[in-house]
Design a protein around this ligand. Structure first.
Ligand code: SAM
Length: 291
């Protein structure tokens, strides 16, 4: 059984699929190789630049989980620290973890610049460098959803959470702009067979299958991003967003025009500005999990 895309862009993933996919299609070596490629992808470009367009997401997730001052908070796949810094602004004791060292360095610089107290560690979401039962809240904005071994990443979040703790995730949905962008990229750069699409984390059924015994609340959200023009958007993502940087590398000179044309089409289609600028609504979901 495989995770498949439906014509309307939603996944047809059902509850048992994750284990079946990993059991059947991806062995441990394949997952390790894939993770190394993913890490190189997130290290390409400069994700910290892109992250600055979506800082509001981390702020809202802190509200979704109703953070309290003094709580111990872990931000998994923190990137340049967007959500960890939002938690630090609420006087929590926060640690951010990411497997791209340059992004962790950027997070430290940002914390210093803002005078915020936060700890940042290099580490893998599937092997978190923190003790068992040490956090009241585990957060991740568009982060843990990219871990290739999803059950392992879930197991790690549960391991480090204190009894009675809560998990808050912001996940892109399959049928929003970013889901469309990932599918457009996959048309030109085929994803590895057997990989459950990260945007599966944006569907209620899949999240419930990953946390079968938890109380789960889903809050649909949209973050509008604003750019000067379509050309600017394309240039920006080609320069700074690792997955797009790598996609253009993969297609090479021969495929660049087709990839660019597809990106141009989806941005023009989703744009709601009504003028020459770009206003892109990017749909996602905040998921609050009480295991
Ligand atoms: C889309 S960015 C989001 C970053 C940040 N959470 C934010 O909202 O700005 C995805 C991040 O996940 C990190 N990431 C992906 N897979 C990871 C893994 N297995 N372990 C640690 N970090 C990971 C990448 O390095 C990247 O910083």
């Amino acid at each position: 059984m495989n995770a498949e895309w439906q014509a309307d862009g939603k996944t047809s993933i059902t509850s048992q699929v994750v284990e079946e996919v990993y059991g059947a299609a991806m062995d441990a070596d394949a997952l390790t190789a894939l993770k190394a490629r993913q890490q190189a992808t997130w290290a390409a470009g400069d994700f910290a630049t892109v992250a600055s367009t979506i800082t509001i997401v981390g702020e809202l997730l802190c509200e979704s989980v109703d953070l309290r001052a003094g709580e111990r908070v872990l931000d998994v796949a923190t990137g340049s620290g967007n959500t960890a810094l939002a938690a630090a602004r609420r006087f929590t004791e926060v640690t951010g973890v990411d497997y791209v060292p340059a992004l962790i360095e950027r997070a430290k610089v940002r914390a210093t610049a803002e005078g915020l107290k936060a700890e940042f560690l290099v580490g893998d979401a599937e092997d978190l460098p923190v003790p068992d039962a040490s956090f009241d809240v585990v957060l991740s904005t568009f982060g843990v959803m990219f871990a290739p071994n999803q059950p392992k990443a879930v197991g790690e979040m549960l391991r480090v959470l204190k009894p009675g703790g809560r998990i808050g995730l912001s996940n892109w949905v399959p049928d929003g702009f970013v889901g469309t962008m990932f599918r457009t990229t996959s048309k030109h750069v085929p994803p590895p067979p057997g990989l459950t699409p990260p945007v599966a984390w944006g569907t209620e059924d899949h999240v419930r299958s990953l946390f079968p015994n938890a109380k789960i609340d889903l809050i649909p959200r949209t973050v509008n991003v604003r750019f000067p023009s379509v050309d600017f958007w394309i240039d920006y993502f080609r320069t700074y967003f690792g997955p797009t940087v790598k996609a253009f590398e993969f297609v090479g000179a021969d495929g660049a025009a087709a990839l660019e044309a597809d990106f141009r089409a989806i941005v023009e289609e989703a744009n709601i500005s009504g003028d020459d600028t770009i206003v892109l609504p990017q749909q996602y979901v905040d998921v609050v999990i009480r295991p």
